[in-house]
Design a binder for this molecule. Sequence first.
Ligand SMILES: Cc1ncc(COP(=O)(O)O)c(C=O)c1O
Length: 411
Amino acid sequence: MSEPASVPAPGSATSLTRSFDALTPEVMRERGSLKWTYYPGDIIGAWVAEMDLGTAPAVAAVIQRCAQEGTIGYLPPETAQAACQEVARYHREAFGWDVPAEEVSLLPDVLSALNAVIAFHTREGSPVIVPTPAYMPFLSIPGHHGRDCLQVPALERRNHDGSPRWELDLDGIEAAMRQGAGLLVLCNPWNPVGRVLSAEELSAVAFLSSRYGVPVFADEVHAPLVLDPSLTHIPYGSLPDTDPALTYTATAVSKGWNIPALKCAQLIASGQARARWEADPRSAGLSHSASLLGAQAVLAALRDGQDWLAQVRRYIRTNAELVRQGLDTADGLEVTLPEGTYLAWLDCRGLGTDNPARFFRRRAGVAMNEGVTFGDAWDGFCRLNLATGRAIEAETVRRIVTAARQRPVSA
Ligand SMILES: Cc1ncc(COP(=O)(O)O)c(C=O)c1O
């Protein structure tokens, strides 16, 4: 018997949109994610970079199949190799980067790649350059290896329409390289400001890297999440002017397909960087810690999860527009919507409160990330996660705007 016309086919755009629209804070708390359970009470979870939108049906199906069959053991080399081949194919077809599969290796997560690059593949004791605002662990990890972190705050510019645009401070990066830095961490798309870096910016970084001999750790985990249809992600390592000996790229399906628990990121490196990585058992051995479930999820996401992700990107773009329209009505707030990622960057300096994230958590019941955790210069900012259901987004905006309008001086 055929379905009645009013019931959308499972997995169709309409059915997905409806299921996202139906999300409520109660449902999210019941599911038990970190984002929704950390703060007790009626708090909207809009902080951790997790999506409320589940994962692609193809990814869910492979997890279910592995669970049912009991295929939850160690990662066979054939599956690992297939995942590396799939990652290479994806980079070739989606971003025009012709990476041989042999230059892709697996490891549990992007941060284990950063830890290994700093610990085993940079000059001992050398500081690490981190453009800010930065994903918080970039600021703390150098210290775990006895390294200084040289923070280089972004430059505030404006787009043609007057909206804020954050750019790398290339002079600041050069000055830090001249001081003897041993690594630059380059996040593209850039969490939390949502920039998709241009070929010109990336080439300028490559020029500086070669000139001063400073390796670059390119974190491209948000690459599948370019929201602006007029932009494409350009892998740093794909540029003709990047030096392979000075380039480590880390990526994963964990952000795009929302599965960080499955632990199977990828390190892409070629030439001398690949040779050094493989020659040191402490970095090469990380491939043994990637998970079988994660590798299966990589295959499912990249082969069969693209339509789902396209719908999710569209859905998040509409949420972003809702946030822009709502927050435009509140004095003291200015939002940077992401070109890529599902994270918005809220400039709350006009509010006159010393810790805006705490203010909004207490006065609005919305938990965002505190700007100061993204670097020293950013205490007047908050990061807002846009990857939620429409009704939750609308309520988030309503709460933020109401609290901002009340504008108590201290929070
Ligand atoms: C820029 C960036 N890199 C890395 C990660 C974490 O990735 P993983 O869980 O693979 O270490 C995140 C998570 O939010 C992120 O935003």
